[in-house]
Design a protein around this ligand. Structure first.
Ligand code: NAD
Length: 473
């Protein structure tokens, strides 16, 4: 069993003040794999004050020095690639065959990408007698979820370091190990003490303390809309910047003249990726009623190609849910879908064939889903796809926008031009056309209750920057 007994504060490994710990379960084996010591408010206070103390010298470091350190971090991440992969396989059940590509490649690329953007902090815009300059926002607190632990951490940390901010990070309870490895890496390459601090803890206990602390200038939260609202309320009293990256129920419109087989394959594979635990998963597939049977036939075929099983076995494409609680939540939604009269065409509530333990859920697809069903409206966060039929494209757009969420979306039409015309009418922060994939250049974030922040792309730098106007005579 791995013992994670220390927090990383002010460049040192430190035992938490109180003797409070959490055991972590490997979701594939249901066995304990680690025990992690938890921070209390006093430990978090120390981490925040260390970040405050480190801020003046770190923000005064030259952009080239920050970029050098960040590139050294990326080099070291590459050397520890296998450790980072193993952290995801054990803690969240991500299959070993895909964990590198899904969970580790992008964070390494991101460290280098934002290292290149550090120099943009020195740019001064001149508008007549007005000079517009950039300064780091200051001390940043990060609270992250368990579904892409390293991606979420680096999506915040890399632009924050490039901008000259200092950081206190708290990973999700279930997934501390990737963050732990990152603290070791940052320490090894010589990132100065206090620039990055890592605390482990229970969100509802130390999260509000982080969010409300007067020495924290920005809180960036990724997780459920429920907790995101709590964070914003806690932060309100200190008027700090609050960046929220929250839940989703993203719509995917397939048009009548699209290549149905290619379009449905893309949609089914998208929802089943990471066992459905992806905030921007395209969980509502909107299809023309005239093509419904062709869509169902192809969806059944593609779902059957998924191999649900032990994340350590090479050909597994889907692992378990990250926790028993998540498995139970997903199964409850499947029961609700059946009870509401949706047509279960694939999957269901039984364990996948050949598996007796582990928090698995079968890839599940419903057709005949209507807008009033909970499976159509609420975020399930599991491998459950809802197929909803429409009669006209106007109706499809209306259904797509009939959601409290607006994180992502997609369109598959006859060609890019017709897809683009539909994309412009969807209220969501991203829209993927004709089967496209994630790009680090694409700013990522929500409309409506999916949040207000933007991560990735050069736009992510803006979260960590204060704009100062200097007005000359
Ligand atoms: P969660 O909200 O339960 O937990 C996320 C984090 O918040 C954890 O670190 C947790 O400890 C902490 N937390 C919980 N309650 C808190 C509180 N009251 N105050 C402060 N912190 C608190 O969410 P989860 O179940 O871990 O993650 C799944 C959710 O995350 C889904 O809704 C998913 O859509 C969302 N998500 C969004 C994005 C995005 O970029 N928009 C990315 C990944 C996940």
């Amino acid at each position: 069993m791995q013992l994670i007994e220390q927090l990383y504060i002010n460049g040192q490994w430190q035992t938490p003040a109180k003797n409070n710990s959490l055991t972590l379960i490997n979701p594939a084996t249901e066995q304990v794999f680690a025990r992690v010591s938890l921070a209390a408010e006093g430990d978090v206070e120390q981490a925040i004050l260390a970040a405050r103390q480190a801020l003046p010298s770190w923000s005064a470091t030259s952009a080239s020095e920050r970029a050098r350190l960040m590139n050294a971090v990326a080099d070291e991440m590459q050397l520890r690639f296998d450790d980072l992969v193993a952290a995801h396989v054990t803690a969240m059940g991500c299959p070993i065959s895909i964990a590198g590509a899904y969970q580790v490649d992008c964070p390494i690329e991101a460290m280098r990408y934002y290292a290149d953007l550090a120099a943009s902090m020195d740019e001064v815009e001149e508008k007549g007698r007005v000079l517009i300059t950039k300064e780091p926002v200051g001390v940043c607190a990060f609270i992250n979820p368990w579904n892409y632990p390293l991606v979420q951490l680096i999506g915040k940390l890399a632009p924050a370091l490039a901008a000259g901010c200092t950081v206190v990070a708290k990973p999700a309870e279930q997934t501390p190990t990737a963050d732990l490895i990152m603290a070791e890496i940052l320490h090894k390459v010589g990132v100065p003490p206090g620039v990055f601090n890592l605390v482990f803890g229970i969100g509802r206990e130390i999260g509000p303390f982080m969010a409300s602390h007067p020495e924290v200038d920005l809180i960036s939260f990724t997780g459920s809309t429920r907790a995101g609202i709590e964070v914003a309320k806690a932060a309100a009293g200190t008027v700090k910047r609050v960046c929220q990256e929250l839940g989703g129920k993203s719509a995917y419109i397939i048009t009548e003249d699209a290549d149905i087989d290619a379009a449905v394959r893309y949609g089914v594979e998208d929802v089943m990726a990471n066992s459905g635990q992806t905030c921007n998963a395209l969980t509502r597939m909107l299809v023309p009623a005239s093509q419904l049977q062709a869509v169902i036939d192809q969806a059944v075929l593609v779902a059957a190609e998924q191999v649900v099983g032990d994340p350590l076995v090479d050909n597994s494409s889907m692992g378990p849910m990250t926790s028993r609680a998540q498995q139970q939540k997903v199964l409850k939604y499947i029961e609700q879908g059946i009870a509401a009269g949706a047509q279960l065409i694939v999957g269901g509530t039984e364990m996948p064939e050949g598996l007796e333990s582990g928090y698995y859920v079968k890839p599940t697809i419903f057709a005949g889903v209507t807008g009033d069903m909970s499976i159509a409206r609420e975020e399930i966060f599991g491998p459950v796809l809802c197929i909803i039929s429409y009669d006209t494209i106007e109706q499809a757009i209306e259904i797509a926008n009939d959601s409290i969420y607006g994180l992502s979306s997609a369109v598959f039409a006859k060609d890019k031009t017709s897809a683009l015309a539909i994309a412009r009418q969807i209220k969501a922060g991203q829209c993927y056309l004709q089967g496209s994939y994630f790009s680090i250049d694409a700013p990522f974030g929500g409309y409506k209750q999916s949040g207000n922040g933007r991560e990735w792309g050069s736009e992510a730098m803006a979260e960590y920057i204060e704009i100062k106007a200097i007005i000359c005579t």
